[in-house]
Design a protein around this ligand. Sequence first.
Ligand code: AMP
Ligand code: MN
Ligand code: MN
Ligand code: MN
Length: 345
Amino acid sequence: MTIVSNIDFHCHTNASDGGLSPSELIDRAYGRGLNAIAITDHDLTAGVADAVQRAALLNAKLLNGDADAPVETYIKENAEVNGVDNGELHRAPSERTLIVIPGVEFSTTWYDEQIHIVGLGIDPNNDSLKELEAKLKFARTQRAVAIGEKLKRLGFDRPYERCCEQAREGASITRGNYARLIFQDGKAKSVDDAFHKFLRRGQDAYVKSVWGPIEETVEVIKAAGGIAVLAHPRRYKISNMRLRKLVYEFKKAGGEAIEVSSSQQRQLDRDYLVQLCHKYEMLASLGSDFHNEGFHRDLGQNIDLPSDVTPVWHSPILERYGMGANFKQRLVHITYKKEDATSAS
Ligand code: AMP
Ligand code: MN
Ligand code: MN
Ligand code: MN
């Protein structure tokens, strides 16, 4: 069974390694019935303004009852809806408006481990934030060029240039961009396979990266008015004991939330993250980490928060965007017949 949530606080555009432009991503969010989305590109906020603008236009269309207002399209003909939490399946246009939360996903290094910290509700024009963005942009470009050179020696045609051409101007180029290129060139069976064959530690196109410390990153997010969220904690290859140390240090640095629910996460892992939320008194966030169509993750897909955690949107910071304690997560439970297994995964 697939569930689709109306809130998704982690996704990417072509301002970093996502496949869709900010406006296309927003269109997809309406199509998937979202009511709140955070744009969280790697190390920059360049995609936020276009997304906010697009949503303002489409919200106005919904509220005006325009004929070309967005429609929900995520329930396919061969799908069966098994239940809707908090509401009806068919909603009035005024219930389908979308809140866009300005966000970012910062790369940090913690004891040689690459740790991602999502900032929610940040002011993209804040000076400290812009300063950190500029610093990371420099480090990222150097590394992306170095990876490109390695791939070129391995026979790829203009890898760095082609990654830049595929992304938006000034984008953060990550290993995610390269993985897609390697897959497109037919040199790997999937994006994941491209990582295994070329990009991960120990492989031929790997280039080590050293990002900033957690403390500095959290400080910048807070200075920019945002909430620091520890992204996808179960994706790091660290033991439970190390993870507890990470959460402890993250909280000490001013971190306030944990991404408790991510797509493609086991129930067992989510349960453990719920425990950590209680132990360290953290707010709970959720995010699909959507990048591209067709890679088994989609906006709002299979992310939900249990009722015994405090959702991150209860924070006064997100109240400013019209969220707060009255904002309810709405889940649509769907089963697909076999022929549409890709959407169901
Ligand atoms: P970077 O920050 O340049 O090291 O790239 C990290 C990005 O690469 C992540 O945000 C993902 O989008 C992507 N990524 C990391 N590991 C994998 C993997 N095993 N398969 C597919 N994409 C991955
Ligand atoms: Mn990515
Ligand atoms: Mn990440
Ligand atoms: Mn991400």
